[in-house]
Design a protein around this ligand. Structure first.
Ligand code: ARG
Length: 278
């Protein structure tokens, strides 16, 4: 058999970029209320296991060379582990969060205190759940709405973060935050679940990302799209095996992690991870 030396279909080499992440341990994690369809207060949570799984995620980032800043968890805020919702940080500017539900409202101030020294902080006027719904893709912000973030926050985020915004409407309550339905893989590359978006938003995504990975609904249903990419390595739920294979085909290195306990709160790796972009 002749070796193929130059495969024209081979993906270009991917380059990882060192990242700075903020995380908050699930010290007080619980499912005591239900604000998304994943949350079942009647199903027990193993907090010790949640802590172990979270620690494995933190170590994965450190092993990849990333910096991780850990914010203290606060009693009475069982969802605070989902740090992505705490703010959006781009170009050193911090756009604060304002939570949709009273159960999480106090987190906004705690994340403000934890982040305010990193750069100028703007208090938001409109409801927005940070990087849960505001994803940075190269020069643009992909902004979700439909369940949590107020569409008026999209224009506010654009103003505060000096980035154009592309608004996307989510239509499936299981994919209530943009980061459960779409992963930014690199500046110009995303993976997403088309069915999670309104027809109009699907058209916008297809136009902007004609070569995007369309996730299998089975991978999305284990929150496979709730993934964190550094440009090469993609940390994603280990159960999302189909998505991992698609990523490998395109020259990414998928790294599966098991966050089964945090999935009971409706979150995966990306939810636990807030990126600080200098
Ligand atoms: N229980 C949390 C909530 O419903 C989960 C948040 C997940 N975070 C995320 N970035 N998708 O608010």
């Amino acid at each position: 058999m002749t070796a193929v030396l130059h495969d024209p279909a081979a993906p270009a080499a991917r380059t990882p970029i060192r990242r700075h992440y903020v995380m908050c341990p699930p010290t007080h994690f619980a499912v005591e209320y239900a604000i998304n369809p994943w949350m079942r207060p009647d199903v027990p949570v193993d907090r010790g296991l949640a802590l172990d799984q979270w620690e494995a995620l933190r170590r994965t980032y450190v092993a990849l060379g990333h910096e991780v800043t850990v914010v203290d968890a606060e009693p009475g805020l069982p969802d605070m582990v989902f740090a992505a919702n705490g703010a959006t940080i781009v170009g050193g500017r911090i756009y604060g969060a304002r939570f949709r539900y009273a159960e999480r409202a106090r987190e906004a101030e705690l994340y403000r205190k934890a982040l305010v020294d990193l750069g100028p902080y703007t208090e938001p006027r409109y409801v927005n759940e940070g990087e849960g719904d505001l994803l940075v893709a190269g020069d643009v912000l992909l902004a979700g709405t439909g369940f949590r973030t107020d569409p008026r926050a999209h224009a506010e985020a654009a103003r505060v973060l000096h980035r154009p915004v592309l608004s996307l409407e989510l239509v499936d309550p299981r994919y209530y935050h943009l980061d459960t339905a779409l992963t930014v893989l690199s500046d110009h590359d995303v993976a997403y679940l088309p069915e999670a978006f309104s027809p109009r938003s699907r058209g916008i995504l297809a136009g902007r990302y004609p070569h995007a990975i369309h996730a299998d609904p089975l991978d999305a249903a284990v929150l496979g799209l709730n993934a964190v990419s550094d440009g090469l390595h993609v940390v994603l739920p280990s159960a999302a095996t189909g998505l991992a294979a698609s990523l490998r085909d395109r020259g990414y290195e998928p790294i599966g992690v098991d966050l089964s306990e945090l999935l009971k709160g409706g979150g995966g790796p990306k939810c636990c991870t807030l990126e600080v972009r200098a």
